[in-house]
Write a protein that binds this ligand. Structure first.
Ligand code: DGJ
Length: 730
């Protein structure tokens, strides 16, 4: 069905397989939002909109005889500025005459086949351009000659609608953009809605919080220059009674890696406005005549199938339409071992080869040399920026080291932190002006490092050249791209004083250019993102990296929460998860079961493991490879909530054809003489018969889902169970 325009009623309706989204060029040509939800067959839903004389809300001048028309009470697709709508705004700009005003009226629209593209920012893509339709609506303020172009792409089969925005100066004078939100949705009644967000901190990223909408502005955002550990650019608005399995849920995932803001305002009339886009903090972007500013994309989904239904929509879509790396679909990710927790920066080539030899016995396929291999980097006070091999540590040279690892039948990976610089580095000594430091003020240090001015072309070119030189010098299979601090001292020596408000955003544009220049030119390398754990885990980053390090916290019991929270939007295949020494009372087996809810690998000194432990690890690595297709390609179910009091945490992966499933349980709390507990499976074929772990007994899918699987009681704390559920072939 795609996009349907009704010229008579002036409605435009976007249809996906199960949802509809409607807008209308309404009174005085304002673009009115009418509906987003389950498929709607009515042609014109504007009958829902009532008008009253709302005191203190103001009426547009042209409607002065009609005191009942106020933008303060009208649902809109993009809100105006200073036109009597006092809710959170989509735009704030200063015209050349100094006025703060934007009165956008719909002047044009067009529908095209295929997905829209943004020139400066990453977006999702269509796998088949014929299956996607795009709507472009132009809103114009004729006084200031500014156009706002609203972009919508409809992914019918995936039940996904994306939105983005462009601001075009069609006048003759410069304007200053102070705020631009990529999406604005006005729900006619939001008093029964909840907001779910993923707040956190270092080591505890993406914990889950749910709060009821009340009459104020709920803001979720980051002003750290990155999308951050503390908040995530993803939110859910759902019915108050929505659960994992039932209820209306809306998802909004922003494709942006810098400062972001989502504002959800329940207004005086119980209408709920959600806007989401770049955070306006210290943002002021000059747009010259004929120039266009692009705002990042928001990926929206709706379902009545509860939080799990929403998760499935995002997982499926992000597994096929977000990242073009061959490692998303076609090439299995290798089991890796990372040197960080094994050696930190205290290693040389011999130590790495020894770790690799031991890891080989554990079924590991890739050795990753983490921080410490370059410049003068014996601790975290120096070396960043000097991207050449430290031959005092890697005495044989990188090329030879990689060869030795390859000769073991293993692949080799390497770590970078391109955006940062140490004061004690040759780069800083040569180019102190490349660093973000406000003239006359000492810069804020964090992990004793400073931030490179990624908005500068020379910095971008330097990084592209230096990182590519390393990648092209040896047989590198994998790269971990880290960033270990938040941004402060926002300043670019390359910009005049009046343009410093552009630097936060220009940093991100520069970063994406560098990533294009390194990642897209190395399609055979597997890239993993990292930010002191999972501090910049967002959809834009995942369009470059097929996987992202979830957290520096490898404690398997904490990981249950970390994986749970991350899973609401980001596929399991993106979650970097390793077994480490952290959690000394937790068995290797439990650690492995937890790490299998992700990319699976090790982060420990393999040479310290006994032969039995190495053998156990080998069995676990083999199991991961055996279950890979279910974990990476199947549907993911959260069977219990680790944030609630309970005795176990369980989750499940189910193959798309329901023929196979992997159900994992970790006992987190032992109760003395407690009740028998059961875990109820999900997603199986109720009528089909299944075996568990190749046993002889046969169970129906409906029994496993409704009666459940009894979990053994008399077990040590933190015991884990893995049930491989397989359909019996006729
Ligand atoms: C932070 C990362 O999260 C760690 O895994 C490790 O790579 C260190 N940085 C290295 O400095």
């Amino acid at each position: 069905m795609g996009i349907i325009v009704n010229e008579k009623s002036k409605t435009i309706t976007l249809h996906t397989k199960h949802t509809s989204y409607q807008m209308k060029i309404g009174n005085l040509d304002y673009l009115i939002h009418l509906y987003y939800g389950l498929t709607m067959y009515d042609a014109d839903l504007s009958y829902q909109i009532k008008q009253y004389d709302r005191g203190f809300s103001g009426n547009p001048y042209e409607s002065r005889d009609a005191r009942t028309f106020s933008l303060d009470a009208q649902p809109q697709e993009f809100s105006t500025q200073q036109q009597g709508d006092f809710r959170v705004t989509s735009i704030e700009m200063v015209n050349s005459d100094g006025s703060y005003s934007f009165n956008g009226k719909a002047t044009d629209y067009k529908i095209t086949k295929g997905k829209y593209n943004l020139e400066t920012l990453p977006t999702v893509f269509a796998t088949d351009q014929d299956s996607v339709e795009t709507l472009e609506v132009t809103l114009e303020d004729t006084v200031s000659s500014v156009q706002v172009i609203l972009l919508y792409s409809v992914f019918e089969e995936a039940d996904i609608i994306t939105r983005a925005v462009k601001v075009k100066n069609v006048g003759k004078e410069n304007i200053q953009l102070k705020k631009i939100m990529s999406t604005c949705i006005d729900f006619l009644n939001g008093s029964d809605m909840d907001l779910i967000s993923l707040p956190g901190r270092y080591g505890q990223e993406r914990q889950v919080e749910r709060q009821p909408m009340t009459h104020h502005i709920h803001t979720i955002g980051s002003v750290r220059g990155t999308s951050s550990h503390q908040q995530n650019p993803f939110i859910i608005l759902c019915d108050r009674n929505a659960t994992e399995d039932y209820g209306k849920c809306y998802g909004f995932s922003l494709m942006y890696s810098g400062n972001f803001l989502a504002e959800a305002e329940l207004d005086q009339y119980d209408q709920l406005r959600l806007v989401m886009g770049i955070h306006p903090k210290q943002f002021s972007f000059e747009i010259k005549p004929e120039e266009v500013f692009e705002g990042p994309e928001v990926v929206m989904a709706f379902t009545t199938k509860g939080l799990t239904g929403l998760t499935h929509l995002y997982h499926d879509f992000y597994r096929s339409n977000l990242c073009k790396s061959k490692f998303v679909k076609d090439v299995r990710r290798p089991v890796l071992i990372n040197s960080w927790e094994a050696a930190f920066m205290d290693f040389d080539d011999v130590k790495l080869v020894n770790i690799a030899k031991a890891a080989k016995k554990m079924g590991v396929e890739l050795l990753v040399m983490d921080d410490g291999w370059f410049g003068k980097r014996d601790d975290d006070n120096s070396g960043l920026g000097d991207w050449y091999v430290n031959e005092e540590k890697i005495k044989c040279g990188l090329h030879k080291l990689v060869e030795q690892i390859n000769d073991l039948g293993m692949k080799f990976g390497i770590w970078f932190e391109p955006e940062m610089v140490s004061e004690d580095s040759n780069l800083y000594r040569a180019h102190p002006e490349w660093t973000m430091e406000i003239p006359g003020r000492p810069a804020v240090r964090s992990r004793n490092q400073l931030v490179l001015d990624m908005s500068r072309r020379e910095v971008q070119d330097y990084l592209i050249e230096k990182v590519n030189a390393i990648l092209d010098d040896a047989n590198i299979y994998y790269v971990k791209w880290d960033i270990n601090r938040s941004l402060a001292d926002i300043w670019s020596n390359a910009q005049p004083a009046e343009k410093q408000g552009e630097v936060y955003h220009r940093y991100i544009l520069g970063l994406y250019r560098v990533m294009d220049g390194i990642i897209k030119t190395h399609p055979d390398i597997l890239f993993e993102g990292c930010s002191g754990g999972g501090g910049r885990y967002d959809a834009a980053m995942l369009s470059y990296y097929p996987q992202y390090w979830v957290s520096d916290n490898n404690h398997p019991i904490d990981r249950l929460k970390l994986h749970y929270g991350t899973s609401f939007v980001y596929p399991v295949s993106t979650m970097g998860a390793h077994i480490s020494d952290t959690g000394k009372f937790v068995s290797l087996q439990t650690k492995a079961v937890v790490a299998m809810c992700g990319t699976f690998g090790y982060e420990l000194d393999a040479t310290h493991l006994s032969e039995e432990e190495q053998e156990l690890c080998r069995e676990q690595s083999d199991l991961f490879r055996k279950y890979y297709h279910i974990i990476f390609k199947g549907d993911y179910y959260r069977l219990s909530n680790p944030f609630m009091v309970g005795n176990m945490t369980a989750w499940q992966h189910v193959a798309k054809d329901k023929s196979e499933s992997l159900l994992s349980v970790v006992v987190t709390n032992l109760t003395c003489n407690g009740p028998q507990e059961y875990i109820k499976a999900k997603g199986l074929d109720p009528a089909a018969l299944y075996t568990i772990n190749d046993g002889k007994e046969v169970y129906s899918g409906s029994a496993l889902m409704n009666a459940g699987i009894p979990i053994e009681r008399e077990v040590p704390e933190y015991t884990a169970f893995q049930f491989h559920i397989q359909m019996v072939k006729e």
